[in-house]
Ligand binder design. Sequence first.
Ligand SMILES: N[C@@H](CCC(=O)N[C@@H](CS)C(=O)NCC(=O)O)C(=O)O
Length: 250
Amino acid sequence: MFFPVVIIVTFLRLLGSAEPTPPAKGVLRVYGMKFCPYVQRLKLVLAAKGVAHETININLLSKPKWYFTKNPMGKVPTIEIDDVVIYESDIVSEYVDAVYPGRKLCTTNALKSAKEKMFLVYWGNNCVVNYYKYARELKNNDQEAKDAFCALVKEGLEKTATFLENNGTPYICGSQPGLTDYLLYPHLERINAIVPVDLKQIPRVKAYFDAMQEDEAVKSCRFSNELHLEFIKKYVTGDVGAYDIGPVAE
Ligand SMILES: N[C@@H](CCC(=O)N[C@@H](CS)C(=O)NCC(=O)O)C(=O)O
């Protein structure tokens, strides 16, 4: 079991430095990084729709030059299929939802969609930004700063609870997870794993998180709290090997 895993990981490392040949005709390729929450957004959407794809992981701490020809900002995720290249997780996810068969994930009601998008912007500017600030403090270990960022994340989660209550359905998108749920979930998974906020103190968010954990797409794409912690601690110290620790993810 251990031997093939080593071979695949080594293979991915090599792909990270040498320019890969284009994907075969009709094959959807994802340029990603295993622990990137924005890549996980796309992986959730692909899983929910049952879209087959191949993945090339990019070492973001030691980026290969060729990758900038795919995405000028050098960020992941990017998708490539035939002569089409698209990047930015929300744009890619919407595109995938539009062009591939399977359950439609986008909210079609214009007002509801606008409210979900406004909430995602709030979520990004509060929960996500302060989660990253907290994670960076894992290197400096400034307890006062950690406490301050943790408190800001908690405040954002309390607002999230209010949003979910007012929304009135188990998931943001309705009776089952939709695009907005999959765009939000990856950071919630990381906050739960890394920031010491006890979700039990915010019952509506805990219920939402627990419900998302039961979703088949989430089950196929999530990482354990332990692996998240191991990754983030290595990543913030600049460990270039951190990007593919743990078992190979599809
Ligand atoms: N707005 C982008 C953000 C993607 C992003 O920041 N990805 C990170 C990895 S989690 C990245 O590529 N970082 C490399 C860099 O910023 O150079 C999206 O939604 O796709």
